[in-house]
Ligand binder design. Structure first.
Ligand code: BG6
Length: 478
């Protein structure tokens, strides 16, 4: 889908996110021919530098974060020509007139707030005071969107002072992932699964986001958040919503977001015995969390597993098991939907019988895999065995499947197109916090200590028990 010409201002344009994700992502869209001629990207940050210095900064970022095969000198040079820079004082007056002078009236104007949330209000205010933003402009904000419901509410109120909800794009980059959107395609573009997609046929759901990285380098942020705030309240929650929501009547922003919100509101509170928090300790040559976070007394969780129940007609009785953690055995994100056994078996075989499982692999090796029972080939009688119906995107879709755009590329282009479907609405974020807050408050009140697990393993032993107690087991992380 084509996009209109735009001026995109990146506040925090010299920051880490801009360098790693936003600018390389924009370059890749430019390379793909999706950035219309005459569009401009304007870096805005406190650092005094001129346009040339910013272009050099971006050139270096592209060297580091764009694959060499995609960095043809002539294309990079053309991309850099569209860049500008303004040094700005977010809390003062400096630089705003200059920015106002640069902005054009006849193009889409978008503002990416890649800065600390404490600055959102000041920037929003200045954009209006200096006549830089208007009723058609769009703003993009990053997580963390608050650290509890109160702070999220305040942020929403600050933004609402100058921008309408239809102008605000709250990023959860998981929604920009190809496979996450595929979840909706699998559910709503096929008739196969939807009739079975409920508590009558689904035994349970597992959502896993396992990472191998630790928190080294960003310990000061992470130690105040932990896995619950950093991953569950946003990314895992969004995955859960997309699996559990009712079919929206259209693939349109509010239709989708209304359905997600209903899921969040239907989540039961989670009892302490349904939560396992973990913290990695040194292992397999990797440092422990306390060293990484530079806080020897930290009780922050780098791993969490929860059993979540949804109180509505569709899902009552089907548990959703969520887990995420750092420095685990492998990087693997997937959603596994385990179906119930057939109501009656006509076969005599008792062993080796397995349930159907639909696995949606988010990363790496994106794909979909459905485990089905078949007859074991050969003359040995009616022996049953389970085989995977496997669909790897890279294999099935050839080059296109292998060259999946990064989440940020897609999301930024959606901002320019004015499509909010893959962005979180204010009430959705607040509702997610409303569910999260009492869980965190309860373990804080108990003085709960996370269970240690060795770096490079699959997390604390207790997490196994969470499923064993229910006669189930986690899928292996690999
Ligand atoms: C971020 C979290 O939002 O998502 C990080 O703050 C985490 O802690 C990251 O590592 C994971 O994203 P991805 O795309 O690598 O799965």
């Amino acid at each position: 889908i084509p996009v209109d010409r735009f001026d995109l201002v990146i506040f925090g344009g010299t920051g880490d996110l801009a360098r790693r994700k936003i600018l390389p992502g924009l370059y890749r869209r430019f390379l793909a021919g999706q950035m219309p001629e005459g569009s401009r990207i304007i870096g805005a940050a406190r650092t005094e530098m001129d346009r040339e210095a910013f272009r050099n900064f971006v050139a270096e970022a592209l060297d580091e974060f764009v694959a060499p095969g995609k960095r043809e000198a002539a294309v990079v040079a053309r991309f850099l020509e569209g860049l500008d820079y303004v040094a700005i004082d977010a809390r003062g007056e400096g630089g705003w007139d200059a920015l106002a002078g640069l902005m054009r009236k006849d193009v889409v104007r978008a503002f990416y707030f890649s800065v600390a949330p404490a600055l959102f209000g000041d920037i929003a205010e200045r954009l209006h005071q200096f006549g830089i933003a208007d009723g058609d402009s769009r703003i993009v904000v990053e997580k963390p969107f608050g650290r509890d419901r109160d702070s999220a509410r305040k942020l929403n109120a600050v933004l609402a002072r100058h921008f309408d909800e239809t102008q605000i794009y709250r990023i959860d980059h998981y929604l920009g992932k190809e496979t996450v959107q595929n979840l909706m395609a699998v559910r709503f573009a096929n008739i196969l699964f939807e009739p079975l997609w409920n508590a009558q046929y689904v035994d349970h759901v597992q959502i896993t986001v396992a990472e191998t990285v630790g928190v080294g380098g960003r310990g000061s942020y992470y130690d105040k958040s932990g896995a619950m705030r950093d991953m569950v309240q946003n990314h895992l929650m969004q995955l859960l919503c997309l699996i559990a929501m009712e079919p929206p009547n259209r693939f349109e922003p509010d239709a989708v977001r209304d359905e997600k919100l209903k899921v969040i509101r239907a989540l039961d509170p989670v009892a302490p015995e349904h939560i396992v928090r973990g913290q990695y300790q040194a292992g397999q040559g990797q440092p422990g969390y306390l060293a990484d976070a530079e806080n020897p007394a930290s009780r922050t969780e780098s791993y969490i597993a929860l059993k979540v129940q949804i109180s509505n007609w569709r899902w009552k009785g089907t548990p959703f098991y969520l887990r995420t953690g750092k420095r685990l055995r492998a990087r693997a994100s997937e959603i596994a939907i385990t179906f119930k056994e057939p109501p009656h078996s006509i076969f005599e075989q008792e062993e080796g019988w397995k349930e159907n499982v639909l696995v949606i692999r988010l990363q790496p090796n994106e794909g979909i895999n459905l485990k089905v029972m078949i007859k074991e080939p050969g003359p040995g009688g009616m022996r049953l065995t389970q085989v995977p119906l496997d669909m790897s995107f890279a294999e099935a879709l050839g080059e296109e499947g292998a060259d999946i755009p990064d989440a940020y590329e897609r999301l930024i282009m959606d901002v320019i197109r004015g499509n909010q479907t893959l962005f979180m609405r204010g009430d959705e974020v607040e509702a997610a916090w409303a569910w999260t807050d009492p869980i965190i408050a309860a373990w804080e009140a108990r003085g709960d200590r996370p269970k240690p697990y060795d770096a490079g393993t699959s997390g604390p032993e207790d997490a196994l028990m969470l499923l064993h107690r229910d006669g189930r087991r986690w899928r292996e992380i690999r």
